[in-house]
Write a protein that binds this ligand. Structure first.
Ligand code: AMP
Ligand code: MG
Length: 397
């Protein structure tokens, strides 16, 4: 007799896995946060510029502001002389007008005085009484035009943008003190396995410290999530059932372990019995046995227990969905060959050196040091081996 066909998709691609997870995650409500709490959040509404930046045409350098036309002949051998009639500092503009043959001292970020159109940097000047002598022509290129970065009223930041540090700075420069953002995802995290032990406790042969939960919690926080630590459950359907129930109120439950074919891998059957399986197994290595489903409205992603597998599945499938930021891959030259697999994408750990990427070597999914030591995951599509010297796509770790 053949086994009954499962009524859920198996062996989905990495892209399908991402799409299916995204479809299960609820859109969170919006809330208002101050700029200091905005890092890692997702903008809920577009942000327009309340002011222009720069707010006035200003100097990019310390030096003098003058008329370019007066200075065109200046060289080290034929200095050009200008009369200094005042100064313009950041926050304190020069109030007069600069005429022909005149200049003001000017400092970075100070408004250009009326009548001037060019800057000569302080390094190219010599003082002589009330005059300065220029060794080269003043340059309009060192003037920053008003609104050269953005203009008041411009729509500068789009809704859905993940707020990185530079984007927090930009939001502040636009003039916003508070931002409308999506509520953080609340993600519950559960480790499974009879052998899994809390770090710091005594460890018997055959047991392993719970590295997955701490690694995954750290990655979730990097994604801007609130983490609900459910601790660790032994390999028993009843204990797992109770632990999963305790995730109520979360937007997503992430588990590690118990999703493979072993006799003590209960996650899949529990979901079949009490919830729903969306897919089981992804065409990738490491991480092949990953499982997605739902438990009374709670999306559940079951990551494999192997430490490298769980963190790689998180990196390439879960992180892009939680942050709304697609995976950013870049092309590097392979310094060593990378083998391909016939029916799945490989994510080998690579070390970047001199602009090239080489095989880390020990690629077993239990070698946690490979993730810690490596710089990147080298993506080798199914059936397309990489030779030394080929270009290859990598994702930075
Ligand atoms: P499993 O997916 O449950 O079959 O576990 C596969 C491998 O991952 C086994 O060697 C486990 O001991 C190991 N493992 C499972 N859970 C964890 C964990 N939380 N931290 C570190 N290793 C784990
Ligand atoms: Mg297990």
């Amino acid at each position: 007799m053949t086994a009954p066909r499962p009524d859920f998709p198996m062996h989905v691609s990495v892209e399908q896995a991402r799409e299916m997870l995204a479809a299960l995650l609820p859109a969170t409500e919006t809330e208002t946060v101050g700029l200091s709490d905005a890092l890692g959040r997702t903008l809920a509404a577009p942000l327009a510029a309340l002011v222009s930046h720069p707010s006035a045409t200003e100097s990019a350098l310390d030096g003098i502001a003058c008329r370019e036309a007066d200075t065109l002949t200046a060289t080290a051998a034929a200095l050009v002389r200008l009369r200094v009639v005042g100064e313009s500092r950041a926050g304190v503009p020069f109030t007069g007008t600069v005429g022909a043959g005149e200049c003001t001292r000017i400092y970075t970020g100070a408004p250009m005085p009326p009548g001037t159109d060019a800057i000569c940097p302080v390094e190219e000047l010599a003082d002589e009484g009330d005059d300065v002598l220029l060794r080269r022509p003043a340059s309009p290129g060192d003037v920053r035009p008003e609104g050269g970065d953005f203009r008041a009223g411009d729509d500068v930041m789009a809704a859905g943008l993940h707020l990185t540090a530079p984007r927090v700075a930009l939001a502040a420069a636009l003039g916003h003190r508070e931002l409308s953002v999506r509520r953080k995802y609340r993600v519950a995290l559960l480790s499974t396995g009879d052998e899994v032990v809390e770090p710091g406790e005594p460890l018997s042969a055959g047991q392993v410290y719970d590295s997955n939960r701490y690694g995954l919690a750290a990655m979730l926080r990097e994604c801007g999530c609130d983490v609900l630590m459910l601790g660790h459950a032994p390999d028993s359907p009843d204990a797992l059932h109770a632990a999963i129930e305790s995730a109520g109120g979360a937007d997503l439950l992430v588990t590690s372990g118990g999703v493979s074919m072993g006799k003590y891998d209960f996650m899949r059957d529990l979901l079949i019995e009490h919830g729903r399986v969306s897919f089981w197994k992804v065409r990738m290595r490491p991480g092949g046995p990953a499982l997605l489903g739902g438990w009374q409205g709670l999306p559940v992603i079951g990551l494999p227990g192997n430490p490298v597998s769980s963190l790689v599945v998180f990196h390439v499938i879960v992180r892009p969905v939680l942050t709304g930021r697609p995976i950013q891959s870049l092309t590097l030259r392979a310094a060593t060959p990378f083998r391909s697999l016939p029916d799945k994408a490989a994510f080998w750990r690579g070390v970047i050196d001199g602009g090239q990427v080489r095989d880390y070597g020990r690629q077993g999914s239990g070698i946690l040091r490979s993730l810690s030591d490596a710089d990147a995951l080298v993506i080798v599509p199914e059936g397309q081996p990489v030779a030394a010297g080929d270009d290859v796509q990598v994702v930075l770790l």
